[in-house]
Design a protein around this ligand. Structure first.
Ligand code: MLT
Length: 240
């Protein structure tokens, strides 16, 4: 069987990917999946993504040892242990911990895939590792692959599209066939990759983060393949 890779830009396409049983890759470069990947790579034991603040506070009151992480309007919500800056998740702070995570768009995208059997999370930090893991599973289980960029508040976002292109590029090298949207993302990534930070800075989300004082986060999130990890979600929990 040949691999087939889609890049799903609408909620409808994402729902179709779940219904088909695709291997799904959720991306939120700025900053949700970058933060989760950094936390897990630095020793966090597991992450429980939830959609709403209410769910996060309820879970915390049930399991007081768990740590709360995430953002609303980019800022750390009241009573949270961490915001959504990947740089906060150091080994010292997260080693062996369980994090309850809620963000505006990233965890909302994850919750839309909650009925899928195979879901991975990716950002530039781990594109190669995720590409090779999903390739193995897709071939073994005869599934197609869907890359789902979280976007921002339901809108297209440049950095997630480019990251999808980085994954599509790696899968195309292994002879995967690509949908038109996956080809478009691959071509965009190839144009941007030698100066990734500058290109991502052309996007609104990166510009807003810099305005809010999170320029270091944007720089951090533009590093390609610093981690060899492919976190996946099973029964609502993200682990390595
Ligand atoms: C989100 O999930 O909407 C983002 O991670 C927002 C942010 O950059 O904090």
């Amino acid at each position: 069987m040949n691999l087939f890779v889609r890049l799903d830009l609408s909620a409808r396409e994402a729902a179709q990917a779940v219904a088909r049983g695709d291997v799904i890759i959720v991306i939120d470069v700025l900053r949700c999946t970058s933060s989760m990947i950094n936390a897990l790579a630095n020793g966090a034991e597991r992450i429980i993504p939830v959609k709403t603040l209410r769910e996060a506070y309820d879970l915390k009151s049930k399991y007081p040892n768990y740590l709360l992480a995430g953002e609303r309007e980019g800022r750390k919500p009241r009573g949270f242990d961490f915001g959504n800056s990947p740089l906060e998740f150091t080994g010292e702070k997260v080693q062996g911990e369980t994090l309850i995570f809620t963000t505006t768009s990233g965890t909302a995208a994850l919750s839309r895939c909650k009925n899928a059997e195979r879901v991975f999370i990716a950002s530039f930090l781990n594109v190669s590792s995720v590409a090779s893991e999903v390739e193995k599973i897709a071939l073994k289980e005869k599934r197609e692959i869907s890359i789902i960029p979280s976007g921002q508040k339901g809108k297209f976002s440049l950095e997630d599209f480019l990251c999808g292109g980085a994954i599509a590029e790696r899968l195309a090298r292994r002879n995967a066939a690509l949908s038109d949207s996956a080809v478009a993302s691959l071509l965009s990534f190839q144009k941007a990759k030698d100066s990734l930070l500058n290109h991502i800075m052309m996007g609104k989300h990166a510009q807003n983060l810099v305005r809010m004082g999170f320029g270091e986060d944007v720089r951090f999130c533009c590093q390609v393949d610093i981690y060899d990890v492919a976190p996946s979600i099973k029964k609502g929990v993200v682990t390595l």
